[in-house]
Write a protein that binds this ligand. Structure first.
Ligand code: PMP
Ligand code: GLN
Length: 379
């Protein structure tokens, strides 16, 4: 058959996890924790199942969870979303982003994507019949370059996808960046898809700048997050999207014929668990310690550390140790050194070589220490 996505193969995350398994390597490639979630969350989901909450929930998600999310967004970012009309529970952030794109992108529309970018954005845009217009972040520092973004805007620009804290570069947008984005979009009808899945992983006292902090940006934005990242349950695939009612109405038209709705007992369990903000309040400290353990452990190697202000990723410049291309280096690292990583080139459609590899530090300390031993022995 004629492929709808001729350029797409198997995602790098699947490829590298399989390779890690094959070589019994420490898997610091695909981003997921190797430790379990809080047992209280498991108890909450279990209790929901035992209460008989096992049939279809409402299409937009169970109301207690939407209310808990609305309260969190109001508390952290000062924006009052209406849980009835402005929040929808999704099957992870992946489905939220795809559904938002399908809901707003018409054939021939353009969507601005800032590279390096998460690998689902461009295929999502193409499935909607749109075209991704790629704008690079600044070289090495990975900041938004507003002059280049402005130059990419045209009459067909329907939306821009932004991601902060950023996968893979681990940078975080500043309040000034958000202000510049708001000013740039003010004379346009361009919508924003804000991928904020790492919202609770921001370090060194920095603050997450959600688009929902800005009334002007919130009015044109889909704000996307994921419980998988926040509560160490990536396999549950539950996330959410918040957006003004007219945008959400369009989102739900697609959502109801996409998945219709999402796992009931997990939603109730998450709603109960969210009553206590402590778990997400402790997340920055929890991951900052792991980041520092990992960075300190690499400090005396010839792998040069890029800065990490947010997310659970640490990238390194390996140019002093190898001339291999990024993917070849990551494959070699997995099979010969026993540590899996992800090439940054995978986040640039068509590829782009900078000798950068990304490690995920959402791992038990013992896992990180084993990887560090292997990396220190070799480099
Ligand atoms: N966006 C980014 C930037 C991500 O890193 C991820 C997870 N790897 C997702 C979206 C998808 O999140 P989920 O697992 O909730 O679908
Ligand atoms: N988001 C995760 C990462 O960047 C992977 C998710 C996936 O496997 N698609 O590593």
């Amino acid at each position: 058959i004629t492929s709808r996505l001729p350029k797409v193969g198997t995602t790098i995350f699947t490829v590298m996890s399989a390779l890690a398994q094959q070589h019994n390597a420490v898997n610091l490639g695909q981003g997921f924790p190797d430790f379990d979630c809080d047992p209280r969350l498991l108890d909450a989901v279990n209790a929901a199942m035992r209460r008989g909450l096992n049939q279809y929930p409402p299409m937009a998600g169970v109301l207690p969870l939407r209310e808990a999310i609305a309260q969190k967004l109001a508390r952290l970012y000062g924006h009052a979303y209406d849980p009835v009309n402005e929040i929808t529970i999704t099957a992870g952030a992946t489905q939220a982003i795809l559904t938002a794109i399908l809901a707003i992108v018409h054939p021939g529309d353009e969507v601005i994507v800032l590279d390096p970018s998460y690998d689902s954005y461009e295929p999502n845009i193409e499935l909607a019949g749109g075209r991704a217009v790629h704008v690079p972040l600044t070289p090495r520092t990975f900041r938004p370059d507003f002059d280049r973004i402005a130059a990419a805007i045209g009459p067909r620009t329907r939306a821009i996808v932004i991601n902060t804290p950023h996968n893979p570069s681990a940078t975080v947008w500043s309040a000034d960046d958000m202000q510049r984005l708001a000013e740039l979009l003010r004379p346009t009808n361009i919508l924003v898809i804000a991928d904020e899945v790492y919202e609770h992983m921001v370090f060194d006292g920095a603050q997450h700048e959600s688009v929902s902090r800005s009334p002007e940006l919130a009015a044109r934005s889909f704000v996307v997050s994921s419980f998988g990242k926040t509560y160490h349950v990536t396999g549950w695939k539950v996330g959410y999207v918040a957006a003004p009612a007219p945008l959400m109405a369009e989102f739900r038209k697609v959502h109801q014929f996409n998945v219709f709705t999402v796992n009931t007992p997990v939603q109730h369990g998450l709603a109960d668990y969210m009553a206590d903000p402590t778990p997400y309040e402790q997340l920055p400290g929890f991951y900052q310690r792991k980041r520092d353990l990992f960075r300190d452990g690499l400090a005396s190697t010839r792998l040069k550390l890029l800065s990490t202000t947010g997310s659970y990723f640490q990238s390194v410049d390996y140019s002093e140790v190898s001339d291999l291309s990024e993917e070849a280096f990551c494959r070699w690292l997995t099979s010969e050194v026993g540590v899996a990583a992800i090439p940054l080139s995978a986040f640039y459609p068509g590829g782009f070589e900078q000798k950068l590899a990304r490690f995920c530090f959402a791992k038990k300390d013992e896992t990180l220490k084993l990887a560090l031993e292997r990396l220190n022995d070799r480099f």
